[in-house]
Design a protein around this ligand. Sequence first.
Ligand code: AQP
Length: 329
Amino acid sequence: MDHIKTVFSGLQPTGNVHLGNYLGALRNWVKLQDDYRAIYCVVDLHAMTIDYDPADYVRERHEAARVLLACGIDPKRSLFYFQSEVPQHVELSWILATLTPMGVLNRMTQFKDKTERGGTANLGLFAYPVLMAADIMVHHAQLVPVGDDQRQHLEVTRDLAERFNNRYGDLFPVPEALIPETSARVMALTDPTAKMSKSDPNMRSRVLLLDPPDVVRRKIRAAVTDSEPTVRHDWGDKPGVSNLLEIMSGATLRPIPDLVDDYGDGGYGRFKDAVAEAVDEMLHPIRAAYAELDEIDVAAVMRDGAETAKASAEGFQRQARAAVGLANR
Ligand code: AQP
């Protein structure tokens, strides 16, 4: 078993899961379960770094877990749990924080984006990449399937693994990001220069995985494009159309040049209908699986997952404690 690599990734329960999350990351999560030791997490401590309502949070955390199970996370093949249930994440985060230069965190673009958009600049949000590094390293993961927006944070994880190993001796693997070739950064339908995001106040900016077919069609039909109705891939001149091409390529697994051959001169109406149909076809089984799941089963899966994850993390925790001088006599 030892030669099988460990995969880790997480999703924040900050709102309804969208097409960007799925194409950028979740689809890879599902695929990787076949060949790796896969560990996935609803990272509920991260989501507390932005404004949230504790009264709704129990439901929102379980809702995120249910959607991930509907996407195909299989608890028989993957370890799946809530981050907050496994305290080793936070302890390792503290150890890594002592190795993190402030200058590294000062360069993080996501912190700047979120605070410029009105979020509170709290210490938790600032230190987000350190907890993310701990999430990955607490299980000695080697591969991390994420969207392109997490590239910079993953560089911090690699840097911290190296710093730890240099300071305390070789313990942690230096993990690699697994980022898809197309649709790694799905852009907002209402503004193709901004990332599709759960926290965008405009609901028409994103397709949710559980949107019914008519809503999917309406949102994609209304996607911002441009006035020169040729379908081609050109992020500079045609960001809206390029985004839709990436989405369609992600949904159909057809290369973008083939899609351009088929839809290049047919007008935006026909193209958008085809994009909507492809997305709807991809989402149909997820909606069906979601309807089949019940809340009690989801809670049981998360409870069992946390127990196993804790046992796994404890073994590595002992090694890390010993390395930094926190072992008992
Ligand atoms: N637009 C996107 N395109 C491709 N991948 C994306 N991801 C997020 N947005 C896109 C990937 O989805 C995974 C889970 O993301 P997250 O929940 O940890 O948080 P995030 O990256 O901050 O995503 P959101 O949806 O934009 O949430 P908010 O608005 O709360 O910040 C990650 O692997 C991410 O790369």
